[in-house]
Ligand binder design. Structure first.
Ligand SMILES: CC(C)(COP(=O)(O)OP(=O)(O)OC[C@H]1O[C@@H](n2cnc3c(N)ncnc32)[C@H](O)[C@@H]1OP(=O)(O)O)[C@@H](O)C(=O)NCCC(=O)NCCS
Length: 164
């Protein structure tokens, strides 16, 4: 099964090489939305999840007071991509992100998780994830990481998602 065509060619390479490597060593789980209809690409889209921690200083001061520890357990949404031949109206991105958030909610019953973090690698993606409620955290892009850290609390996800 291969992911064939994305707006960012790097996402094709990631799926072919790194997603499988991450899977094998347990560094990331990649979930695939498979094409089932005739003429559809084999992989319509995918996303990767992993566990992570971020430091309390990354959060706005207004929130930090609530934290009993300096390292905050989160889930990391590492990659989200759709095959760019699928029409925009299918809203695959919304489907993939919704599925990822629902999955994190389920896992959080067994493994403590305060929310979901991701890195937006440019302003376009920062605005895109903002539409789903992800907020820019205090840590700014720097020489070692040029992407913007963003965060969505599980409390917000829970409040906006119908229970299943
Ligand atoms: C992110 C993604 C899954 C969203 O899918 P979607 O919900 O169907 O939304 P669209 O593809 O219509 O994109 C919506 C907007 O997000 C922004 N966006 C998406 N990918 C972007 C990218 N790589 N760079 C900059 N902006 C991007 C754009 O503003 C875009 O609107 P536009 O197409 O009018 O420029 C899809 O755009 C994608 O596969 N992008 C390439 C892979 C990627 O960069 N993923 C994020 C890396 S973690």
């Amino acid at each position: 099964m291969d992911f064939q065509q994305a707006r960012e060619p790097g996402m094709v390479d990631y799926f072919r090489d790194d997603a499988w490597r991450n899977e094998e060593v347990g560094f990331g789980r990649t979930f695939v939305l498979a094409g089932t209809k005739r003429g559809e690409p084999p992989v319509l889209g995918y996303y990767t999840l992993a566990m992570a921690r971020i430091i309390a200083e990354d959060f706005p001061e207004s929130m930090r007071g609530e934290f009993p520890f300096s390292r905050i357990p989160v889930a990391c949404l590492e990659k989200v991509a759709r095959d760019d031949r699928v029409p925009k109206e299918k809203r695959l991105g919304a489907l993939l992100i919704g599925d990822a958030l629902r999955r994190v909610l389920r896992v959080s019953r067994d493994i403590a998780c305060f929310g979901v973090m991701l890195y937006a690698k440019n302003k376009g993606l920062e605005a895109y994830y903002g539409r789903y409620g992800f907020e820019v955290l205090a840590r700014k892009p720097n020489k070692t990481n040029t992407s913007q850290l963003m965060f969505l609390s599980l409390a917000a996800v829970r409040a906006n998602m119908p229970a299943r």
